[in-house]
Unconditional design. Structure first.
Length: 252
């Protein structure tokens, strides 16, 4: 395959990955600017993807996800299995803590939230499905980094310039490594005002049948409420993450 054809495939993949829960539709010019590609190239890719039903064009001219993408998502056994394994443990965790429960997966240096149950409280932590955040300043992200395979963790941490989200964010890779080691020893992670002032989250890893960490489950909410029941929340997160891992076949 020529380099030009490889480049076209890579650009088509970039176009598809631009369609997320937080940005489900794009115009041609808008998407071209976002991806820093020519408008003609983006239009050609979009037209090809529409022809294959991966995308569809709306009446207003914008593009959105097509039916073939839903078929593709349904064919992903790990994600489907994870969703099914999570339903009862997530509900139980929300019932025990009264706070928002999330499940995130690692994508490079970011955590992507793929499942969420909202807290019943009026004052609660809001997070959209599909939302991304930096892994170094979130409970789920730090749990995923801590329990990732060492070669993967080393690749992620190498030459990483850690952005500061608040005054409490870890911005030093050596300091992050020390915290990840602590997380591995105690079995859970915390985010205390690191991504958003006033918000605390506690997370633990979810493992599949092979023992690989594939996701992290977290509870997030206002600091005063989480701190008031800190030990109970921590125990519940660890327990329900283990239940989920067991439902996925993990026996360790």
């Amino acid at each position: 395959m020529s380099n030009n054809r490889l480049s076209s495939v890579a650009n088509a993949a970039r176009v598809l990955k631009a369609f997320t829960a937080s940005h489900p539709s794009w115009g041609v010019t808008e998407l071209a600017n976002h991806l820093e590609l020519s408008k003609s190239s983006v239009h050609r890719i979009l037209s090809t993807l529409v022809d294959s039903a991966m995308l569809e064009q709306h009446q207003n001219g914008r593009y959105g996800v097509g039916l073939a993408m839903f078929d593709l998502a349904a064919a992903a056994p790990t994600q489907r299995g994870l969703h099914e394994a999570l339903l009862l443990p997530m509900t139980e965790l929300r019932n025990r803590t009264g706070e928002t429960v999330q499940v995130g997966v690692l994508d490079g240096r970011q955590v992507v939230y793929v499942e969420r149950l909202d807290s019943p409280h009026t004052l609660r932590f809001f997070a959209d499905m599909g939302r991304r955040n930096d892994a170094h300043c979130t409970g789920s992200g730090k749990a995923l980094l801590a329990f990732a395979a060492p070669p993967l963790r080393d690749r992620v941490l190498k030459s990483w310039v850690l952005p500061a989200r608040t005054a409490h964010t870890i911005t030093s890779v050596p300091e992050l490594k020390k915290q990840l080691a602590l997380i591995r020893r105690r079995g859970y992670s915390e985010n205390r005002h690191e991504s958003e002032i006033g918000i605390v989250s506690i997370a633990a890893p979810i493992r599949d049948a092979s023992g690989m960490t594939i996701a992290a489950m977290s509870v997030a909410g206002p600091a005063e409420r989480i701190d008031a029941q800190h030990q109970a929340v921590t125990d519940a997160v660890i327990a329900l993450s283990r239940v989920t891992s067991s439902r996925l076949g993990y026996t360790g």
